[in-house]
Design a protein around this ligand. Sequence first.
Ligand SMILES: C[S+](C)CC[C@H](N)C(=O)O
Ligand SMILES: N[C@@H](CCS)C(=O)O
Ligand SMILES: [Zn+2]
Length: 340
Amino acid sequence: MEGAAEMWEYLRRGGGCAVVDGGLATELERHGADLNDPLWSAKCLLTSPHLITKVHLDYLKAGADIITTASYQATIQGFEAKGFSSEEGEALLLKSVKIALEARDIYYENCSDFSRDGTDIGYEGNARNRPVLVAASIGSYGAYLADGSEYSGNYGEAVTLSVLKEFHRRRVQVLAQSGADLIAFETIPNKIEAQAYAEIMKEEDIKIPAWFSFSSKDGVNVANGDSIFDCAEIADSSKNVIAMGVNCTAPRFIHGLIQSIKKVIDKPIVVYPNSGETYDATRKKWIKSEGVIDEDFVSYVSKWREAGASIFGGCCRTTPNTIRAISNILAEESVSPTPN
Ligand SMILES: C[S+](C)CC[C@H](N)C(=O)O
Ligand SMILES: N[C@@H](CCS)C(=O)O
Ligand SMILES: [Zn+2]
């Protein structure tokens, strides 16, 4: 896949849309992983890679077309803080992609076993006429800080554009050569970090495409208050960016954000909200938001599609059940979108 045109074609082959997986860390925790660690879900790369494989497979079986790797909070700097060398850190980044690629192979193999002898082994949703994509996750600098800053985007004045570029550069280079199909820059809380990613991809002549996905706390701006229109312009002008959208944001904010993004870009729009709960970074726990009810957001997916989004999934506190429900709703609708 090279540019947004190929992404549109990929979507067309799936009836106009695609399904991303749901919360990876959420599922790792549900299966017993303790993520109370600065590496958060990336800790499982060290302690329980088999669980990561299982979660990828569960999402593929639930109908995900795109799976995201366990590298959200995997940074070379974070691994170094644990005593690893930079080479070992790079190897762990590559390991996150290898696990996802292997899960995809297992899934394909089981799908073809299913069609060969007709035995139902639980691999539903396998009537695909396009490949599963592996998206290498890159969490923001705020994710590395491990204090919930990906929901504030306030990094302080010392964290300039060039600081962010040097922080992210090597990880982008390593993941671009990992065998992943694309890079998912996730939970971006401000404009400067999107700018840093766009400049790195240009300067390093990154050959794989990427999506930019932002976090928001109000449905109007991105998390730190920067304009979503400005962020969309950065995404629009980067050749590598094949989709842009919003993740780990409360479902009630998604509709308005899609409408804003749609005003600026012609590229596919990706949305994968969280459950609407709030993250307590001190206790590393999710807390029910008071006074606001985010009903089960799966019922909003058709409206989001009408508003112009075409890639749907879930983020923190969503599960394979969420993804199965989204996949079923989209399969029922299946009409081709047109670029705006
Ligand atoms: C998307 S948040 C829930 C990831 C975890 C956070 N960066 C932390 O380390 O607490
Ligand atoms: N891909 C990450 C995003 C966290 S905001 C996860 O699902 O755990
Ligand atoms: Zn999330």
